[in-house]
Design a protein around this ligand. Structure first.
Ligand code: SF4
Length: 206
């Protein structure tokens, strides 16, 4: 019997417009070995946190939500190369696109093991590089620091121009009153949201 691929995730959000072009499923990978200074998601650092989810279930729910593709964020997606590869392959088989964020640079990922390269081969648009708190991004959507690059590995998102779109914020209030936020928030926006975000632990800076 073949083991079903499982992904360790901090959160999955279906049907958001805050994490890239079109309607998307955003998946926050649990675990990050990079630990950038100033990262807004330190609760995703531990590789033992979050929950294990079957890849097939994530794809099924994404298709049911009618999304164009997946945005893989974190945490660090490439710290789970086998599960990431399985997820991205299944997504492409279902006709979904893949945008992946990584704190590692493209050249580093290309020089890694076979499973990392296989995962990379299933990514349409890679946004690479660590968050640099001393180098804030002021023009482009989706990224927090000026060093981060949008690298088109296929033509699927070739027309996406992060310098021409505005960041969006996705705020959802649960039945129990908890508030979860997705999308890019700079420090000023975070302060404005203030108490609202005290229970929202799924923000993304890079
Ligand atoms: S910014 Fe991204 S790569 Fe850097 S520590 Fe946070 S989750 Fe990891």
């Amino acid at each position: 019997m073949i083991n079903e691929p499982m992904l360790r995730v901090g959160r999955v959000l279906h049907g958001t417009t805050a994490e890239g072009p079109g309607l998307r499923t955003a998946i926050w990978f649990q675990g990050c070995s990079i630990k950038c200074k100033g990262c807004i998601n330190p609760h995703l650092f531990s590789s033992r946190g979050g929950t294990q989810m079957p890849v097939a279930g994530i794809i099924k729910d994404s298709v049911a939500a009618g999304v164009e593709g997946l945005t893989l964020i974190g945490g660090e997606p490439f710290d789970q190369p086998n599960a990431g590869h399985a997820l991205a392959t299944a997504a492409h088989d279902a006709g979904l696109g893949i945008i992946a964020f990584s704190g590692y640079e493209y050249e580093t990922l290309r020089g890694r093991d076979e499973s990392t390269r296989a995962f990379l081969a299933e990514v349409d648009l890679l946004v690479d590089g660590p968050y640099q708190d001393w180098n804030p991004e002021t023009e482009r959507a989706l990224v927090g620091s000026g060093n981060q690059r949008f690298i088109h590995l296929t033509d699927r998102y070739r027309n996406y121009r992060p310098e021409l779109v505005r960041n969006r914020i996705d705020i959802r209030v649960g039945p129990d009153g908890t508030i979860k936020v997705a999308g890019f928030l700079d420090s000023a926006s975070l302060e404005e949201l203030g108490g609202l975000t005290s229970s929202a632990r799924t923000l993304r800076r890079p």
